[in-house]
Write a protein that binds this ligand. Structure first.
Ligand code: C5P
Length: 323
């Protein structure tokens, strides 16, 4: 096979509870991830060396060794024991996930690259192995491989699938100016005094009630338990975000910052997406600045080879659907 394409989903944290930083600097999380049907596509073609090009939203992103997709390729080569004679690939990412938006776009590119190159190079690595490699690359990479709905613990890399009834509609408001994840976590520590060594073992609050609501599928109840501990911090860092969150508070069933932001995610019934989008656009017309409004549905599959592209269609790392 000379060419494969994998698609990998963006995520929204339905809840993101954060504890005090660990000795390694990462924060213990109790989070509920939902994969949505906004995806980046990673195309991999056989080539003598490794290269990367990007089209779509991320045309300004670096394509060198700092890009998480290139790092994913190197990690795969290392884990496959191929460092002495590394295989090459020309990677091309078609980006649709907003950059630096709190929706794990970079992690999706890494997940898509792992799945695409596993296939292109015929490595036959198990999903469990890809999840381990993904965790080395970033806290959100395993979830982009996993997809659907999952409870995340540790720094977000330990995943337990959640079964839910029904589907969710989403209206997403993205800002042109991104937010740095490490900066938001640092501000969280300063605000809560959590960087103080005396507070060293503060576990994150639990997401148990939200997970129970997801199992019953009652959207009203799901909405009532959505919470993001980084939201007040991100809003204090960016006045525009604070205004936006207030303005959009009643636009759907629940309005929440996605991850470390600045994307704002509004939960709605699948049938209500178009009407909610109109309401959001109407509300935004009263604000200065330019925002993009996207719509999505979830839960969606994890990173996988796109069907009908390669001869091994659908053999990627996406786990079976658990809706
Ligand atoms: O794991 P990832 O590379 O995505 O994390 C980016 C940054 O976000 C980390 O360097 C760290 O500053 C912060 N982070 C954290 N705790 C987590 C996840 C991320 O402090 N659980």
């Amino acid at each position: 096979m000379d060419r494969v394409v994998a698609s990998a989903p963006a995520k929204i944290n339905l809840a993101l509870r954060v504890g005090a930083p660990r000795p390694d600097g990462f924060h213990p999380l109790d989070t509920v991830f939902e994969a949505i049907d906004i995806v980046d596509d990673v195309e991999a073609r056989r080539a003598d060396s490794l290269s990367l090009t990007i089209s779509g939203l991320g045309e300004d992103l670096p394509v060198d060794e700092t890009n998480l997709a290139i790092r994913a390729a190197h990690a795969l080569i290392k884990h496959a024991g191929l460092e002495a004679n590394p295989p090459g690939a020309a990677l091309h990412i078609t980006k649709r996930i907003p950059v630096a938006g709190g929706m794990a776009g970079g992690s999706a590119d890494a997940a898509g690259t792992l799945v695409a190159l596993n296939e292109l190079w015929g490595l036959k690595m198990e999903t469990s192995r890809l999840l381990e490699i993904g965790a080395e690359l970033g806290s959100d990479v395993p979830f982009s491989l996993h997809g659907f709905l999952a409870h995340g613990t540790g720094r977000g890399e330990h995943l337990t699938p959640i079964t839910t009834k029904g589907r969710h509609g989403w209206v997403l408001v993205t800002s042109r100016l991104g937010l740095s994840t490490p900066a938001v976590f640092r501000a969280f520590d300063q605000r809560g005094g959590l960087a103080d060594p005396e507070n060293a073992v503060v576990p994150p609050p639990s997401t148990r009630e939200l997970r129970e609501a997801l199992v019953t599928g009652d959207l009203h109840s799901v909405a009532s338990y959505m919470i993001n501990d980084l939201q007040p911090v991100a809003a204090s860092m960016r006045a525009d975000l604070k205004n936006l969150l207030e303005l959009l508070d009643d636009a759907g069933r629940a309005t929440i910052l996605s991850g470390s932001g600045p994307t704002i995610a509004i939960l709605t019934d699948v049938e209500g997406v178009a009407a909610t989008k109109r309401r959001v656009l109407d509300l935004l017309s009263s604000l200065p600045g330019s925002y993009e409004v996207l719509t999505a549905e979830g839960p969606a599959a994890g990173a996988r080879i796109i069907p009908d592209v390669g001869p091994h269609a659908n053999s990627g790392a996406g786990l079976s659907q658990r809706t």
